[in-house]
Design a binder for this molecule. Structure first.
Ligand code: NAD
Ligand code: IPM
Ligand code: MN
Length: 348
């Protein structure tokens, strides 16, 4: 049978609560579906930083590279500035492992409907560019501490970087409803988005079977709430994709259920699976964080590893939970993180 090595980074805050619960679920699943998992744990986190002065050790990236996939909880806590924790752990992993696709499904689950008054059948995929764009470290403060003080932040949109994410999105669209939406802001204001649109149009000519549309990000934010059924695959830059991927889940059930995959499609480096949410310092330590976002991320990981049957079974069990009252407070239930994990294990 198949054997997989997983590098596990619980990270910060509720990452340390939802990851162990998810691992128990994975262990049970592996017995049922006859595959083997080896977990290697890494304590890279803000606590690690406070002890060692860095978010990971010097050859951290080399150690992390050695696995079949990475599972991460969350990075960032109020006691360490975000620019240190994020640029010291989360962003280096996404970039050094060239995980340029950030796949974030937004899908209605049985029994819940987020902030929407009526249940809608929402099912779209956000394909977020994950390696460049607005998230660049080019720029900084000029004329500090003078009346002319200013800050400049460059966006980086390379031809290669834009083409590969757009091509990936078209490929996905071919396997779904053959419709693809591009998130843009090209009404003459932002140069990088005119560049983005041109590349999108060129690649759409090579994919005549896919029906395309483009929406400016402002009205797109309105339409994913009002008419979510218009969308099937949405391709977006790093920042736009980040915004859409919190907005989408709030319409289906909230941050507690939003999964994601950071993919290196070529398989040259490991891919990383993590919930969309962060460390949630406001609820950390209470054992009430919803583990579903992380468990659903594990479903994506199993699909990626080729354990399709196990993935489908785990997803079905997640929906049995959302259909029941066996949920955490964010979904209106009164169970703890651990109890939700136990309920899923029972269902497996
Ligand atoms: P957050 O996602 O941590 O929390 C936002 C809100 O959602 C909070 O009210 C929180 O209680 C709630 N929430 C999040 N996950 C939940 C869950 N599983 N169950 C129930 N409720 C949940 O976002 P934030 O407060 O903006 O950020 C906190 C820290 O996490 C910051 O340091 C931020 O930079 C970091 N962060 C990291 C990641 C990541 O590691 N990928 C993602 C987002 C934020
Ligand atoms: C996410 C997070 C991160 C991002 C932050 C913490 C850097 O918000 O994974 O969505 O913007 O990518
Ligand atoms: Mn985000």
């Amino acid at each position: 049978h198949n054997k997989y090595t997983l590098n596990i980074i619980p990270g910060d805050g509720i990452g340390k609560e939802v990851v162990p619960v998810s691992l128990k679920v994975l262990e049970k699943l592996s017995e049922k579906f006859d595959f083997q998992l080896k977990f290697k744990f890494f304590d890279y986190s803000c606590d690690y930083y406070l002890k060692h002065g860095a978010m990971m050790d010097k050859d951290g990236m080399k150690k992390l590279a050695d696995c079949d996939a990475i599972l991460l909880g969350a990075v960032g806590m109020p006691n360490v500035p975000d620019h240190i924790s994020l640029w010291g752990l989360l962003i280096p992993i996404r970039r050094a492992f060239d995980q340029y696709v950030n796949l974030r499904p937004v899908k209605s689950l049985k029994g819940i409907n987020g902030v929407l008054k009526e249940k809608k059948n929402i099912d779209y995929l956000i394909v977020r560019e994950n390696s460049e764009g607005e998230y660049s470290d080019l720029g900084g403060i000029i004329y500090p501490d003078t009346e002319n003080e200013m800050v400049i932040q460059h966006s980086v949109f390379s031809k290669k970087g834009t083409e590969r994410i757009v091509k990936y999105a078209f490929e996905l669209a071919h396997h779904r409803k053959k419709t693809l939406t591009s998130a843009t802001k090209s009404n003459g204001i932002i140069h990088s988005m005119i560049f983005w649109d041109n590349i999108f149009e060129n690649i759409s000519k090579q994919n005549p079977k896919v029906i395309t549309s483009k929406f400016h990000i402002d009205i797109l934010c309105a339409q994913v709430v009002k008419n979510p059924d218009w969308f099937d695959v949405i391709v977006a830059s790093n920042l736009f994709g980040d915004i859409l991927s919190d907005l989408g889940p709030v319409c289906t059930g909230g941050m507690g259920i939003a999964p994601s995959a950071n993919l290196n499609p070529e398989g040259k480096f490991p891919s990383m699976f993590e919930p969309v949410h962060g460390s949630a310092p406001d609820i950390y330590g209470k054992n009430i964080a919803n583990p579903i976002a992380t468990i659903w991320s594990c479903v994506m990981m199993l699909e990626y590893l080729g354990e399709k049957e196990a993935a489908a079974h785990l997803f079905a069990c997640i929906e049995k939970i959302t259909e029941s009252t066996k949920t955490t407070p964010d979904l209106g239930g009164s169970l703890t993180t651990t109890q939700v994990g136990e309920s899923i294990i029972e269902l497996l």
